[in-house]
Design a protein around this ligand. Structure first.
Ligand code: SAM
Length: 429
């Protein structure tokens, strides 16, 4: 006898076009917010099986959702009698849908029709009602994206309210693209490019890197101007030896090699060192590569200069990585600071007498910058700060009163801003 039960439709058959992309976005934001995975690490698995354009769209939805999440939540909470719990699926679906409506300007029909299947078996009516209200009442977002409240409080206490406001403006859109060059670029070959320093050009955001002139020839690499400052403080190498510690994927290794240093690049990650090797191959620059954990690794001999670009909370690169401020908590900052202290002690032991140690982190937390160096100097008599000089830095970036380089949001804002970095140059006894 024939089976009379209605045939169950698979989710893929039932879903309107574009739903698979939103399902991937939902998996991705869950990986970031619930598991604490970095966005770029989780993106591959979460979007597997989608064509490249849909993968990119899923990542764009999640990036904009994370950038505007504090403001999106305010809108959602203003429309519900009782706030939805932070971690329920309906809140995640609403965040993703509103980011599409209000930031990416996706067609409302596409947004609603692809959001509802994600809450099948859940509060579909609530989600539908809020998305309808958003359209009817023409909801908008504020001029600048609010930081997560914990970050705003912490940064306000360290740096003041003006820094928080500047950070919010900086966070509201993806930043421009900076290129570092092995040799001085010919600006005539680059449309729309702005030099902000020697060996540097800034391009408007959204440029497809592989299509830029000279990518294959390898005369340049992508590197935020702030990230180029630590190696700038070591100047020309003239064949002297430099240890580049925590080197991968090699932005600073390439700068040092291009400036004439004989470089040994050390990193614990084989995968990241493979990228460093690819970068050296593409640019034709030379460095010895060594895999190892700085806490166990030993150099053959001490070096004229050591650059330690220490692992850190990465809160300074929040413009490019809008997941960071949602993942990083004081506990992780304290753990990173303890690791940095350990790495700094090893790095210092490998500097020749009278040689130079540059310590850098892409963090906006004093615990990973100013406080690390103060603690190091207190424990290591004879070491001195070798103050950074204005003439070594790009125009508009001045050393601090202590002789450090500290790039805060708001610096060079009219030109597109900078990542948050801390750099100290120290002289060995
Ligand atoms: C900030 S990133 C380095 C960026 C790099 N200097 C550049 O300019 O492209 C930090 C690096 O530290 C490495 N790292 C973390 N802990 C380490 C350790 N204990 N020993 C060696 N490398 C480590 C990570 O693998 C990562 O590549």
């Amino acid at each position: 006898m024939a089976d009379r039960r209605p045939r169950r439709r698979s989710p893929a058959e039932a879903d309107p076009p574009g739903t698979a992309t939103r399902r991937a976005a939902l998996r991705l934001i869950d990986a970031v917010l619930r598991r604490g995975d970095p966005l770029d690490v989780a993106a591959h698995a979460a979007t597997q099986g989608l064509p490249p354009a849909d993968r990119a769209f899923a990542v764009a939805i999640v990036s904009e959702t994370l950038r505007w999440m504090t403001d999106l939540d305010l809108l959602i909470d203003g429309a519900t009698a009782q706030p939805l719990p932070q971690d329920v699926k309906s809140r995640a679906v609403l965040r993703l849908a509103l980011a599409q409506l209000l930031v990416l300007k996706t067609s409302p029909h596409a947004v609603v029709s692809t959001a509802l299947p994600l809450v099948d078996g859940g509060p579909r009516r609530l989600v539908h009602a809020i998305l309808s209200r958003a359209q009817q009442e023409e909801w908008t977002l504020p001029e600048r994206a609010s930081l997560p409240p914990e970050t705003a409080e912490r940064w306000s206490a360290h740096w003041g309210d003006a820094m928080v406001e500047a950070a919010e403006y900086a966070w509201s859109a993806a930043p421009p693209v900076d290129l570092s060059f092995a040799a001085e670029p010919d600006t005539a070959e680059w449309e729309e490019a702005q030099p902000l320093a020697t060996h540097h050009l800034r391009l408007p955001r959204g440029k497809a890197i592989e299509t830029l002139p000279g990518f294959r020839e390898g005369g340049w690499w992508v590197q935020d101007l702030a990230a180029s400052l630590p190696a700038r403080l070591l100047g020309a190498g003239a064949g002297r030896t430099a240890l580049d510690l925590c080197a991968a994927p090699g932005g600073k290794t390439m700068q040092l090699a291009a400036a004439g240093w004989s470089v040994i690049a050390v990193d614990s990650s084989a995968k990241r060192l493979a990228r460093l090797e690819e970068n050296l191959d593409r640019t034709g620059l030379e460095a010895a590569i060594s895999q190892g954990d700085i806490r166990q690794w030993q150099p053959g001999e001490a070096a004229d200069a050591v650059l330690l670009d220490a692992p850190c909370s990465a809160t300074g690169i929040f413009r490019r990585h809008p997941d960071v401020l949602h993942r990083i908590e004081p506990r992780q900052i304290a753990e990173m600071a303890a690791l940095q202290a350990e790495l700094l002690a090893h790095a210092a032991a490998w500097v020749k007498p009278g040689g130079t140690l540059v310590y850098a982190t892409c963090s906006l937390e004093p615990a990973e910058g100013e406080e690390r160096i103060a603690a190091f100097l207190a424990d290591n008599l004879g070491w001195m700060i070798d103050p950074a000089r204005t003439d070594e830095l790009p125009a508009g970036i001045a050393p601090t009163d202590d002789g450090f380089v500290r790039t805060l949001p708001g610096l060079l804002a009219a030109a597109g801003g900078l990542d948050g970095f801390f750099v100290a140059r120290l002289r060995a006894p």
